[in-house]
Design a protein around this ligand. Structure first.
Ligand code: 13P
Ligand code: SF4
Length: 384
């Protein structure tokens, strides 16, 4: 079935390793064996195959944060992007260390909201919406008092630890794409009937989740730093920070239409970081783990178009040769920062670890950890 695939998928489906790649893979396995149980390797679904084959767990950002929180390993090597490793560091004990194969792997969407911008615009948002800061409450974790109107900050996991700390200090919570609906419901209970949620940094996940909760787009203004809101804040229920993912913004309705023309019985699944129209035109949407399960649930012979990062789509196509799986965008590029995690960097970190070093450690300062831990633990308790 896996014929006729767009060129990009075919390229990524090539499983043959060069001699050098094979040597690196063998060396990783050998050093890993010598290090034993003290090391846990976590890998996000977007990692290349040469990394995924060495991971103890592969999952979405929610599952990986849980695996980190539950782990007894003394060292966690996080193969993903920086905000994921920061969250793992916050959720693990002080005597556990989190390392990355390279510290350069960030997330361009996470960089679209800085602490300085959010702290600067926060009082203006409160004033424009007529809301109170939940930090003024004795128990910000409790449902809002009758008649009260708070602005509850909710940050997507794809944000810096400093922003998670801000959110924790202001009665808010973290969410991922797998629990955004439940987390927003929690936040609305704390905001009160006339209150609102500030959702950042991804406007698409915020808007798509708000729509699933029955909100109109008119009550979800987009907030751009230095410009303010693009529509009235008077009736706002969710203030959407202007951020977006450049990988997921590429998936469009015309691509879905073209796929359905070629495969009239085909199905389309996308990540909720895609724009509203794309999510609405798809058959289903959800986190990377949800996408994986959706694909697994389709019967043999199905044609499936997937709107998410190419390394994951190509891996799914390889793992399901009885189904036709293609990426919605034939030209799609990988998430360039996820792709920075090269097997040679993983080997380097493991070898240096064996030599007694602690390379590329992600250590969130204690004062930032405090609020961030509150916000992350609130998330874990909501979805427990
Ligand atoms: P998931 O939580 O669905 O794995 O998403 C993380 C991400 O960065 C998607 O672009
Ligand atoms: Fe960030 Fe987009 Fe890459 Fe996900 S795919 S890590 S949101 S840049």
């Amino acid at each position: 079935m896996a014929t006729n695939l767009p060129m990009c998928v075919v390229d990524y489906m090539d499983t043959t390793k060069s001699v050098e790649e094979q040597e690196i893979a063998d060396a990783i396995r050998a050093v890993r064996k010598r290090l034993g149980n003290r090391v846990l390797i976590l890998g996000h679904h977007y990692q290349r195959d040469g990394i995924v084959e060495h991971a103890d767990y592969v999952g979405d950002s929610f599952m990986l944060s849980r695996k980190a929180a539950d782990s007894d390993a003394t060292v966690i090597v996080f193969c993903g992007v920086h905000f994921m490793a920061e969250s793992a560091d916050i959720l693990t004990r002080e005597d556990q260390a989190v390392l990355m194969p390279t510290l350069r792997a960030g997330c361009s969407m996470a960089d679209m909201a800085t602490l300085a911008e959010v702290e600067r615009d926060w009082p203006t948002m409160l004033a424009e919406g007529g809301w109170k800061d939940p930090a003024t409450r004795t128990d910000p974790g409790a449902p809002a008092e009758e008649g009260a109107a708070y602005l509850v900050p909710v940050t997507y996991m794809n944000s810096s630890a400093a922003l998670k700390d801000f959110v924790g200090r202001h009665g808010g919570v973290v969410c991922t794409s797998s629990n955004a609906k439940g987390v927003l419901e929690w936040a609305f209970e704390r905001a009160g009937l006339n209150g609102a949620v500030l959702f950042f940094p991804d406007q698409h996940l915020g808007r798509n989740t708000g729509l699933k909760l029955g909100l109109e787009e008119a009550v979800m203004p987009v907030w751009t730093p230095d410009e303010g809101a693009n529509s009235s804040m008077d009736e706002a229920r969710i203030v959407l920070w202007h951020g977006y993912c450049s990988v997921h913004e590429r998936f469009t309705v015309p691509q879905i239409d073209a796929f359905r023309e070629r495969y009239p019985t085909g199905v389309v699944v996308v990540h909720p970081e895609c724009p509203r129209a794309t999510v609405e035109a798809a058959d289903d949407d959800g986190s990377t783990e949800h996408i994986k399960r959706f694909i697994e649930a389709q019967p043999a012979g199905s044609a499936i178009a997937v709107g998410t990062e190419i390394n994951m789509v190509a891996r799914m196509a390889k793992e399901h040769p009885d189904k036709h799986i293609e990426c919605l965008d034939a030209e799609v590029c990988p998430c360039s920062t996820m792709y920075m995690i090269h097997p040679a960097f993983l080997l380097d970190v493991l070898e240096r670890l064996e030599a007694g070093e602690m390379p590329n450690q992600v250590a969130v300062p204690a004062d930032v950890q405090q609020g961030a831990l509150v916000a992350l633990e609130r998330m874990l308790s909501i979805t427990a």
